[in-house]
Design a protein around this ligand. Structure first.
Ligand SMILES: Cc1cc2nc3c(=O)[nH]c(=O)nc-3n(C[C@H](O)[C@H](O)[C@H](O)COP(=O)(O)O)c2cc1C
Length: 336
């Protein structure tokens, strides 16, 4: 008999869709969600997702091949919709027969969903509003992730608990909805599953796994931090709408405010167009995260982390983290 029958029962549709034992997605995290972490999550029964981020098609090609060498379990690839080489990246996924592509960062450009489905992969989409979710699910999205503002990295304005109440009663009967943002323990997982989610997605909780290549300094910063240290960035110029990013407070958080002022001034002077200005902001984040997560400069780099960071207290193998989550969920459901 299965170890976690109640939780697995509620995850049934999600696990079937993913092809994994548990419907626990490892949220793609730029620089961190590479072959080691992704394969470890999939090998532990979850579903790892490679963060393509700003990778070139060649790099993604190598990362998928590298991941395949470490696991024979299914895993996915997360592509950012505004990547200038999105079409080529989709082709790389097709070449490797990737089973699931997650489209993040905005409305998928015309033809991208079709191009993914053409090689037989499932498409997972993000939607910040119910209206957009319905539209994306009508136009080819096979599953949806709703992500609340408790999450690490780029965030929307609404909390996970409210999104769950808005989306799940309406969509969960006919659609596959995964809940992300602020999940640090299995009890929360159980709650969203009971509300109709078919699975969950976690990022912050996996950053400090033994298999994660995140720099030891980055991991230490996570161990030290509490929920209130993971703050959302503030927009300084009304004309430059920046998507807020949740990260641990440090010098880098202040530097981002300065960067926005600098880009806003370039806009004032007509030195850059709006699209270019926003791209500069995005590049800033990718560079800043690398500086902290890979190079270990935790003062000046970006320490993207969700509010669940307070529940990350030590380095553990992914298999143990996944097992804890499942056991906590199972115990919670058992008490009902
Ligand atoms: C360090 C870090 C980097 C992230 N990078 C990305 C990314 O490149 N693309 C993306 O779609 N989401 C990114 N996310 C969000 C995660 O995929 C995931 O949805 C989120 O972490 C879930 O919320 P949680 O952190 O509260 O578990 C990132 C999150 C963190 C903590």
């Amino acid at each position: 008999m299965s170890k976690y029958p109640k939780t697995k029962g509620l995850m049934g549709r999600g696990s079937e869709f993913l092809g994994s034992e548990y419907a626990i997605l490892g949220g793609a995290m730029s620089w961190v969600s590479e072959r080691n972490l992704v394969s470890a999550i999939s090998n532990a029964g979850g579903f790892g997702v490679i963060a393509c981020g700003a990778m070139t098609p060649d790099l993604l090609d190598a990362e998928i091949a590298g991941t395949k060498a470490l696991t024979d379990k299914p895993f996915g690839v997360n592509l950012i919709t505004m990547h200038p080489q999105l079409v080529d990246l989709i082709a790389v996924c097709g070449k490797h027969g990737v089973g699931h592509v997650v489209l993040a960062g905005g409305i998928p450009p015309k033809g991208s969903v079709e191009a993914i489905k053409a090689f037989g992969a499932k498409v997972i989409v993000f939607a910040p509003t119910l209206a957009l979710a319905k539209k994306l699910l009508r136009s080819g999205g096979d599953a949806l992730v709703i992500e609340g503002m408790e999450a690490g990295g780029h965030i929307g304005p609404v909390s996970t608990s409210v999104l769950a109440q808005e989306f799940l009663p309406v969509l969960s009967e006919d659609h596959l909805v995964f809940v992300a943002g602020g999940i640090g323990r299995g009890e929360a997982m159980a709650g969203y599953l009971e509300m109709g989610a078919v699975g969950v997605q976690l990022g912050t909780r996996f950053v400090c796994a033994s298999e994660s290549i995140a720099h030891p300094n980055f991991k230490k910063a996570f161990f030290r931090a509490g929920a209130r240290d993971a703050v959302a960035s503030v927009q300084v110029d009304a004309r430059l709408p920046v998507i807020p990013v949740r990260a641990l407070k440090n010098k880098g958080t202040e530097a981002f405010t300065a960067k926005q002022r600098e880009v806003a001034q370039l806009l004032d002077e007509g030195a850059v167009e709006m699209a270019e200005a926003q791209l500069q902001i995005e590049h800033y984040w990718a560079g800043a995260l690398r500086r902290a997560a890979i190079d270990g400069d935790i003062e000046n780099g970006s320490l993207m982390a969700g509010q669940s960071v307070g529940m990350v207290t030590k380095e553990e193998p992914i298999a143990e983290i996944v097992d804890h989550l499942m056991a906590e969920s199972e115990a919670a459901l058992g008490r009902r």
